[in-house]
Design a protein. Structure first.
Length: 317
C-alpha cells in the first residue's frame, strides 16, 4: 500500500506538532481528521484561543475534534467511526488508553523530541540541554500504553550546540521530525518497517516544566546554572531577585571568579558578574519587571548607579 492511500488521523497541539501536520499536508497525505486539545485562555484578555494545530487544520478545512479526554466511550466511538488506518500523534497532551491505541489498523505512531529511551516525558528538549547532553534528536515510535515506551521506528540525530537554547533546539527538532515521520509512514504502509524495543534500563524522565524549576540558586555551580539558563530560554526563563524585584536571566557565561554566592563581583557593559557556589556567571541579557529583555550594556547605561559591587543578588522565588 502507498502512503497516500492511508486514512490518517493527526493528533497534536503546539507549534512543534503543527510543523508535522504541515509536512503531512504538503506531502499530499489523506488527513481525514485532526485532534487537538480544547481551546485555552491566552494573552492579557484571557480570550479562548485555538491551538497552533487547530488553526492550521481550519485553514485546510479539516474536521477538528477536541475531546477533554479520550477515556470516554463516546470519544472512542467517534474516533473509530473515522476508520483510520493510522493515528499520528505529536505533542498532543492527552493520554491515549489502550482502547484508542487499538483503533487504527496500523496503530499509533508518535514523534518524540529526544533520542529514546533517554528523556521520556513532557519536556525532553529542555531537560537535554539542562543535563549537558552532547546530542539529541527525534524518535518516531510505535505507541503503547506506557509513557514513551513503545518500539522505536526511526531516529534522527543533531548535536546540542554551545549556543543552543530551549527555543533554538525546539525549532531545529521541529524541522528534523516531519521528514522522519513521513519516512516512517511510508515504511508502515509498505510493511517494511520494524520497531526496535527500548532498553528500559537506559530510560530517564523529562519532568514537566514549571516556573519553580527555573529559580536560580546562587549556591549551585556556575556551569549548572549556565545550562539551566539556556534550557529555560524562552520559557519558563531562569530568574533571581535584585533589589527585591524579579530579575529574569536570558543569557549568561561562566567565568573563573570567586565570592559569596550571589555576590556582585563586577559590573560593566560586558555584563553583571555574580559569584556562584563554584566559579561565577556573567549575566549578559536581562529583563526587569514591566520591561523588555535587554543586553546588559543597555541596562547598565540606564541604571549604572544602582549596581554596587559587593551587593547580593537573591535566589529566585
Amino acid at each position: 500500500m502507498n502512503s497516500a492511500d492511508l486514512r490518517i488521523v493527526f493528533a497534536g497541539t503546539p507549534d512543534f506538532a503543527a510543523a508535522h501536520l504541515q509536512a503531512l499536508l504538503q506531502a499530499g497525505l489523506n488527513i481525514v481528521a485532526v485532534y487537538s486539545q480544547p481551546d485555552r485562555p491566552a494573552g492579557r484578555g484571557h480570550k479562548l484561543t485555538p491551538s497552533a494545530v487547530k488553526q492550521l487544520a481550519m485553514q485546510h478545512d479539516l474536521p477538528v475534534y477536541q475531546p477533554q479526554t479520550l477515556r470516554a466511550p463516546e470519544a472512542q466511538a467517534e474516533l473509530a467511526a473515522l476508520q483510520p488506518d493510522l493515528l499520528v500523534v505529536v505533542a498532543y497532551g492527552l493520554i491515549l488508553p489502550q482502547a484508542v491505541l487499538d483503533i487504527p489498523r496500523l496503530g499509533c505512531i508518535n514523534s518524540h523530541a529526544s533520542l529514546l529511551p533517554r528523556w521520556r516525558g513532557a519536556a525532553p528538549i529542555q531537560r537535554a540541554i539542562e543535563a549537558g547532553d552532547a546530542e539529541t534528536g527525534v524518535t518516531v515510535m510505535q505507541m503503547e500504553a506506557g509513557l514513551d515506551t513503545g518500539p522505536m521506528l526511526l531516529k534522527t540525530h543533531t548535536p546540542i550546540l554551545p549556543e543552543d537554547t530551549g527555543g533554538s533546539l525546539h525549532d531545529r527538532l521541529a524541522e528534523l521530525g516531519p521528514p522522519a515521520v513521513l519516512q516512517a509512514i511510508a515504511g508502515l504502509a509498505a510493511g517494511t518497517l520494524q520497531g526496535e524495543v527500548q532498553d528500559d534500563s537506559l530510560a530517564t524522565y523529562a519532568h514537566k516544566l514549571g516556573k519553580a524549576d527555573a529559580r536560580i540558586d546562587w549556591s549551585r555551580p556556575a556551569s549548572e546554572l549556565a545550562l539551566m539558563i539556556r534550557a529555560f530560554n524562552p520559557w519558563p526563563l531562569a530568574h533571581a531577585r535584585w533589589q527585591q524585584q524579579p530579575l529574569k536571566v536570558w543569557s549568561a557565561e561562566v567565568e573563573a571568579a570567586e565570592g559569596q554566592p550571589g555576590e556582585l563581583l563586577d559590573c560593566s557593559k560586558q555584563g553583571l558578574l555574580v559569584a556562584c557556589g563554584e566559579q561565577a556567571l556573567r549575566l549578559t541579557r536581562l529583563q526587569l519587571p514591566g520591561g523588555k529583555p535587554l543586553a546588559f550594556a543597555d541596562l547598565y547605561n540606564a541604571r549604572r548607579d544602582q549596581f554596587v559591587i559587593g551587593q547580593l543578588l537573591e535566589n529566585g522565588q
